[in-house]
Design a protein around this ligand. Structure first.
Ligand SMILES: [Zn+2]
Length: 376
């Protein structure tokens, strides 16, 4: 007998928060004059804008992704060596090289490393390899990858800027997470494509909307695309508009990613950022109480959980709750998929079939369910 229609056992959809375009100090949308769109925030960014991200993560017990732009952190003007990476080419310069905000923000990012994830996003977001600015840094508007030898340099310089600012953290180089600029991305080119390049530099966790991803192969499931060991998750759509400052949180979440733009979580007055964050914390806490949703503590947990949502079958009979991992095991090899959670809504503790490896089980009084962590 397979799972009953009562849905008293659920592999809940994970939720991870992805915040794009963190890292700009200059906020101005420069797209009308061949400069980057930047964050569009109607005031300059300040270190308190990093505190806001950490507060969100800390209060939710999550590590939201801070997908970072780094050209405003380029203290040594390394981007002069990559003329296609900025609107100034070999004359690249910017006003933030000596600014104390960089040290202050780096300190916050390091002190709060347990409450956020630094994610590779880009250097200056767009591409200046032709007569005018083009979207975007990693691929053109059709999703065709930029020349690989240049992108290798972009990733090297990205890592160098992280190191120079003391942000390389435990990874000593690039973090294993990536969001393509402007969601220009492709899937299905194997080791010659962007996934092959990302795998080469140790990046294995990617997200982008599948609706705008160039697809030369069919993703393995509706929301998962794996190649070269890299697992790309469908970000979906339906986010607040990118320039919306202090956006209201959603009533419900129907995909694994809440895709946000930094200003969505910030206040026009940075001393009031907490008010915006606390609204999001309240809304997401409520959403996470649902038996079929789970606020994932970090990206590896979220990606693993999503694979189980897509592939793992619940098998429930007189012996207790068990699982069929046939479809999961048929996925190509990729990031660790060993752990997942289930929620059970009966008041009595869940009873699992012999052989199921339970890590721990806790009763959630607010959501009236048991949350059980399991391992393969
Ligand atoms: Zn972006």
């Amino acid at each position: 007998m397979t799972s009953s229609g009562l849905k008293d056992v659920v592999v809940p959809l994970p939720i991870q928060i992805v915040i794009d375009d963190v890292g700009w100090w200059t906020p101005t949308d420069g797209s009308a004059k061949d400069e980057p769109f930047r964050s569009g925030m109607p005031r300059a960014h300040v270190p308190a804008d990093y505190v806001a991200i950490a507060r969100l993560g800390n209060r939710l017990g999550m590590r939201p992704q801070a997908a970072m732009m780094l050209c405003d952190w380029d203290r040594d003007l390394l981007l002069r060596e990559l003329p296609e990476a900025t609107w100034m080419g070999r004359d690249w310069n910017h006003p933030w090289c000596e600014h104390p905000h960089l040290d202050e923000a780096a300190q916050i990012l390091n002190d709060e490393a347990d409450h956020l994830e630094i994610v590779v996003h880009g250097l200056a977001h767009e591409w200046w390899g032709g007569p005018t600015m083009e979207r975007a840094e990693w691929a053109n508007p059709e999703g065709v990858m930029r020349p690989r030898h240049l992108l290798e340099r972009h990733l090297e310089v990205y890592a160098a800027i992280l190191r120079r600012n003391g942000l390389a953290g435990e990874h000593e180089g690039l973090p294993p997470f990536f969001v393509p600029c402007a969601f220009r991305h492709s899937f299905g080119e194997g080791s010659d494509g962007i996934a092959g390049l990302l795998a080469q530099v140790g990046i294995s966790y990617v997200s982008t909307p599948f609706s705008s991803m160039r697809q030369l192969a069919t993703p393995q499931t509706d929301r998962i695309a794996i190649e070269c060991g890299v697992m790309t998750v469908d970000r979906g759509g339906g986010s607040p508009s990118w320039k919306h400052v202090a956006a209201s949180p959603p009533e419900a979440v129907d995909g694994p990613i809440i895709g946000l733009h930094w200003p969505n979580l910030l206040h026009q007055d940075p001393s009031r950022n907490d008010e915006v964050i606390d609204d999001w914390v309240a809304a997401l806490t409520r959403i996470g109480q649902a038996p079929d949703r789970w606020l994932a503590p970090d990206t590896p947990s979220a990606w693993s959980q999503l694979a189980h949502v897509e592939c793992t079958q619940i098998v429930q009979d007189g012996n207790g709750i068990g699982f069929d991992f046939t479809a999961l095991d048929a996925l190509p090899s990729t990031v660790a998929l060993g752990e997942f959670v289930v929620k059970t809504t009966q008041r009595s503790p869940p009873r699992f079939a012999a052989g199921v490896h339970v890590l721990d089980s806790t009763w959630n009084p607010g959501g009236h369910h048991w949350l059980t962590r399991l391992a393969r």
